[in-house]
Design a protein around this ligand. Structure first.
Ligand SMILES: Nc1ncnc2c1ncn2[C@@H]1O[C@H](COP(=O)(O)OP(=O)(O)OP(=O)(O)O)[C@@H](O)[C@H]1O
Length: 369
């Protein structure tokens, strides 16, 4: 394992029952020191199982897990959770109700942790992490005397206190109100970065994943579909699943005729594909992001605005094409058009991605861009 790698997984597989597909299948993954990686995917894709395998709450049938240079799970090798040098933060905070904030945070430091042997060292570390998570003045409160956001910061402080090699966070913000959730996700990233901690964060919320991560692993059916920075994934989704899940993009069928791709929105040249020898009549699906669809009122056009949703800063338009397909366009709120009018829809060729139409090929690189 390279010294800059804190966690390495190779071929990690977990199957709960022979009758059902593995919850996690052949996962290969490396996490760098100080990096925040987010597991993002729909319900049931295996995010929590993968996190629990790393924590040591589940045992893989196949593969190895290495943390900080030590194999913690593998063939005939097993290190229990409490000896893995890993901190956990759960969705429901899991604080001890009968202990104060300071005692909750100090709890892990009393477990014979060799990094903090004296009472003074423990007290000083508790003060340090309380300040890191901005909970000064609340040291002597009990969990029920705190807000949800404050409780989650205590849980984070408790996980960080022993200076673990790795912190694992399982949907830590999902019990919080939308506004606190927004605020705390930024704070959480700042705190993890200030502590220099390597972390894995599980969520099914795409915006949260993007905001908090250095890299995101998009999961589906126990596999990692794509791993990369939020920008890489958004700009270059590797499969139709990633494109749909991450960008909620539109897909329009296109046929190759002459040197153009014909769609019901018009014909496009797709310069990136012009070098390839593509048979006439080839059918693909073109991905068009919601923000890349431009609309202009045009009485002659055959696309109709069938719905409009005002979101404050932006507008969402639902557009019905001549074939009956509904496309979604996102514009600034200045582009205010009434429902029921006809619009011409345009899109820059450089904003188009071509995806092969057959499911088998969907995991391949998109053909264009
Ligand atoms: N202890 C278990 N026994 C049997 N099947 C399980 C067990 N734990 C999880 N599974 C199954 O494994 C699959 C992955 O579950 P997992 O909880 O990891 O998904 P997830 O992506 O975290 O979902 P969610 O976002 O809903 O929490 C699911 O099909 C789930 O039903």
């Amino acid at each position: 394992m390279h010294p800059s790698v804190i966690l390495h997984l190779e071929g990690v597989t977990k199957q709960f029952s022979p009758a059902i597909a593995p919850a996690v299948a052949s996962i290969n993954l490396s996490l760098n020191v100080g990096e925040i990686l987010v597991f993002l995917g729909p319900s049931g894709c295996g995010k929590t199982t993968l996190l629990r395998l790393i924590a040591g709450f589940e045992q893989p049938q196949l593969g190895t897990i290495e943390i900080n240079g030590k194999i913690v799970a593998g063939l005939n090798q097993w290190i229990p959770p409490e000896q893995r040098d890993v901190g956990m933060v759960f969705q429901d905070y899991a604080l001890f109700p009968h202990l104060t904030v300071a005692k909750n945070i100090a709890f892990g430091l009393r477990q014979g942790n060799k990094k903090f042997e004296t009472k003074r060292q423990i007290a000083s570390r508790v003060t340090e992490v309380i300040s890191l998570v901005s909970l000064e003045g609340l040291e002597n409160r009990y969990p029920h005397q705190l807000s949800g956001g404050q409780q989650q910061r205590v849980a984070l402080a408790r996980a960080l206190a022993p200076r673990p090699a790795l912190v694992l966070l399982d949907e830590p913000l999902s019990n919080l109100d939308a506004q606190i959730r927004l605020k705390l996700r930024q704070e959480l990233r700042d705190i993890l970065k200030a502590a220099g901690t390597s972390a894995i964060f599980v969520t099914h919320d795409q915006e949260e994943a993007f905001a908090i991560s250095d890299r995101v692993a998009i999961m589906q059916n126990g596999h990692i579909e794509q791993i990369g920075t939020a920008l890489e994934i958004y700009q270059m989704p590797r499969s139709r699943f990633v494109a749909e899940f991450v960008t909620q993009a539109n897909f329009v069928t296109a046929h190759y005729r002459g040197r153009l791709w014909e769609t019901e929105l018009g014909s496009f040249a797709l310069p990136d594909l012009s070098q390839q020898d593509i048979p006439q009549g080839t059918q693909v699906e073109l991905m068009i992001r919601q923000e890349d669809l431009q609309i202009h009122p045009d009485e002659q056009a055959d696309v109709v605005i069938c719905d409009r949703i005002f979101l404050g800063r932006e507008l969402i338009y639902h557009l019905r094409t001549a074939s009956g397909q509904v496309l979604v366009a996102r514009t600034t709120s200045k582009m205010l058009l009434p429902v029921g009018i006809c619009v011409k829809v345009t899109v820059e060729e450089t904003a188009l991605y071509a995806f092969p139409i057959h499911a088998k090929a969907l995991n391949k690189q998109p053909l264009a861009i």
